[in-house]
Design a protein. Structure first.
Length: 278
């Protein structure tokens, strides 16, 4: 008997040719999930259907023990994600519930995902694409990438953590210029300000992201990387004393795992470790 989860997984691991109707695809190989926003005709802008699919995929990344690392990218070389598809997402009147602070759970909108996420950016990274980037841990971008939050120029408040993460990830004055004026950053500026990790040619972006992902799956115990990420994220909103406590608790938890024993053993035996995620 095939369970609903099995059905979903079968759909997710189809090839792009088989998933022609999907606006988000995911492939899983060697513990790496590669997620692709697949709306190149719309610069990979996010419409409601795409957001629904993306939310389901992020939950699968979180819950699937075979996935240790995720890469997120956009189809084609023109755009990582150009933000929300305004033609389909502009609100019609004031119909929102002021007490509903979250919609679909995404990694930039409240979902707790402790597995490392790598952004592979080519071309435009704007609006919701920028907030998606800000929720990723390691960021590779093409030399022709452009970053920005143009919402303010459309009379829209940038959400999905834009006003929360960007002032922490960019110098204050630069963050406020991006938020208040909608000014864009080049790839070189983004690298200079620490928004991205490295710049490569457009054709090499996904390959570079895959190289980093393979390092994370081959050289780093997956439970260790999750503990490190959780400690770093949770400690952002607490004082140093509370942060040290979080760090110690997570470290103690990982210390009792099989992988924590495998690492020192492999070092003593002068061989590469074989981690199993347990």
């Amino acid at each position: 008997m095939v369970t609903p989860k099995q059905d979903f997984m079968k759909e997710l691991i189809m090839t792009n040719e088989q998933m022609t109707d999907s606006t988000v695809t995911m492939k899983i190989s060697e513990h790496i999930a590669t997620i692709t926003i697949n709306r190149p005709h719309a610069m990979n802008a996010l419409d409601p259907e795409t957001l629904q699919q993306l939310a389901k995929i992020w939950l699968e990344v979180r819950d699937n023990d075979d996935i240790w690392v995720a890469i997120v990218t956009g189809e084609g070389e023109k755009s990582f994600c150009a933000g929300s598809d305004l033609k389909k997402t502009i609100p019609q009147g004031n119909q929102s519930n002021p007490f509903q602070s979250q919609g679909l759970l995404q990694i930039d909108n409240g979902l707790e995902l402790w597995k490392p996420v790598i952004a592979a950016v080519r071309g435009y990274c704007l609006g919701a694409g920028m907030t998606l980037l800000s929720a990723c841990d390691i960021r590779v971008a093409s030399d022709d990438s452009t970053f920005g939050l143009p919402e303010v120029q459309r009379g829209i408040v940038p959400t999905l953590g834009a006003t929360q993460r960007l002032p922490k990830q960019l110098p204050w004055a630069i963050a406020m210029e991006v938020l208040l004026l909608g000014d864009k950053l080049t790839a070189q500026q983004a690298l200079q300000y620490g928004l991205i990790n490295r710049i490569v040619k457009s054709k090499d972006v996904v390959t570079e992201a895959e190289n980093i992902a393979r390092r994370l799956t081959n050289e780093v115990a997956p439970l260790t990387s999750r503990a490190i990420k959780e400690a770093a994220v949770r400690s952002q909103s607490v004082g140093i004393t509370e942060g040290l406590r979080i760090e110690a608790l997570l470290s103690r938890h990982v210390r009792n795992t099989e992988d924590a024993k495998e690492g020192p053993k492999a070092f003593a035996e002068k061989r590469a470790p074989v981690y199993k995620g347990r």
